[in-house]
Design a protein around this ligand. Structure first.
Ligand SMILES: Cc1ncc(COP(=O)(O)O)c(C=O)c1O
Length: 384
């Protein structure tokens, strides 16, 4: 079966967060992380059938859903999960806020690395927990290219006796890294040494673009790591379903699950029926669409990397996973690179929100003609 990623239905005037920002302006929006693609036909069909039924009373997850998710996790990531370990959530951001309250007490600190997806910083702050951030660093690889990695010494220096929780993003938004087994092992030892709980946000795990890399669930490393970890996942990033509100936490430790449930009770809304329907169809039926998507996104990634490498004043890094490119625009010598590109007709995400002023994030999950146009506009905004 072939799938059409080259055309997208008009998203203006559909309430799209991404497109509304520049409503009435000729600005191509490449900021918030959703995709300008129709989702898999199997998902649309499943939703049609559910809507056709016409009754939308209180809804439990389909009995098949948790076992299907466990099968996918075992097949794609070599991780054996018991369906009982799953707790349903309406979104991952809700999950980050719940864990910040449930797994760290008042006076405790939460540790994460920057740059990072903004809710990693806002969730601990919303919970009035102390936030500790450690910068990731770039390092040259054999062959000359650079990548982002952990600064283990800085991590050791940052941790305090009050630190209870480490927030990990794997694969990493915004740097696009797929953490290697050895990086994850080092992190697991660090967590064990300081007796930290770990929340591993793995929402991008289905978006590994490099065919020689594989996502390794942090909690799947060993039993001790599993016991101290809550993993957050969802089909919404890979299958483009964020407005349908279905995500889940996985925790093998019953006490951690009890703490999450206590914090959520009566406050966190249950998942909507359409979210369950779409998630089941995504994991069970949309494998061919998923493979075709990865192929298309890899092509877009290559286009972006070539184009950015020819833009003076910008630095960027190879995107191993996600559909997000992380750009250092400090070499442009302007204090507001976001505005520069907006004026040229391209809407990027401001790095300041990721704790990295002078950086930008570019979302390349859109039809290639639109992406080409955006890259040409960016180039035209720069000196020759
Ligand atoms: C790392 C990460 N976590 C969570 C989210 C948001 O998840 P949700 O829409 O389920 O709240 C995103 C969205 O881009 C993300 O990149």
């Amino acid at each position: 079966m072939t799938f059409d990623f080259d055309t997208c239905p008009e998203r203006r005037n559909t309430g799209s967060t991404k497109w509304n920002r520049y409503s009435g302006r000729d600005v191509i929006p490449l900021w918030v992380a959703d995709m300008d693609f129709r989702c898999a036909p199997e998902i649309v069909e499943a939703l049609h059938a559910r809507v056709e039924h016409g009754v939308f009373g209180y809804t439990e997850p389909p009995a098949e859903l948790a076992p299907v998710i466990c099968d996918v996790l075992a097949r794609d990531h070599g991780w054996n999960v018991d369906p009982e370990w799953i707790i349903w959530l309406p979104s991952l951001v809700v999950g980050l806020n719940v864990v910040s309250r449930a797994l760290a007490d008042e006076g405790d600190a939460v540790l994460t690395t920057v740059p990072i997806y903004p809710p990693f910083m806002s969730a601990p702050r919303n919970a009035e927990r102390t936030l500790l951030t450690v910068p990731l660093v770039t390092r040259a690889l054999p062959g000359g290219a650079e990548h982002w990695e952990w600064d283990w010494e800085a991590l050791e220096a940052a941790v305090t006796p009050h630190t209870r929780l480490l927030l990990l993003c794997s694969p990493h938004n915004p740097t696009g890294r797929v953490w290697s087994d050895s990086e994850l092992q080092t992190l697991a030892h660090f967590a064990a040494r300081h007796d930290l709980l770990v929340v591993s946000d793995e929402i991008h795990c289905g978006l590994v673009l490099d065919t020689d890399k594989r996502h390794r669930p942090f909690a799947g490393l060993d039993t001790d790591t599993s016991k101290r970890t809550v993993t957050l996942m969802s089909a919404s990033k890979t299958f483009n379903l964020p407005s349908l509100g279905c995500a889940f936490a996985i925790a093998s430790d019953p006490q951690l699950r009890a703490r999450l449930r206590r914090t959520m009770a009566g406050i966190v809304h249950h998942v909507g029926g359409l979210g369950y329907t779409a998630t089941l169809a995504a994991y069970r039926d949309a494998g061919s669409w998923h493979q075709a998507l990865l192929h298309y996104l890899s092509g877009n990634r290559d286009l972006v990397e070539t184009a950015l490498s020819r833009m003076p004043g910008l630095r960027s890094w190879h995107v191993e996973a996600t559909y997000l490119s992380w750009i250092d625009a400090r070499g442009l010598g302007t204090h507001d690179p976001l505005r520069l590109f907006e004026s040229a007709g391209v809407g990027l995400y401001d790095g300041a929100q990721f704790d990295a002023p002078g950086f930008l994030r570019l979302n390349f999950a859109c039809p290639r003609t639109l992406l080409r146009e955006a890259l040409q506009r960016m180039r035209a905004a720069l000196p020759v």
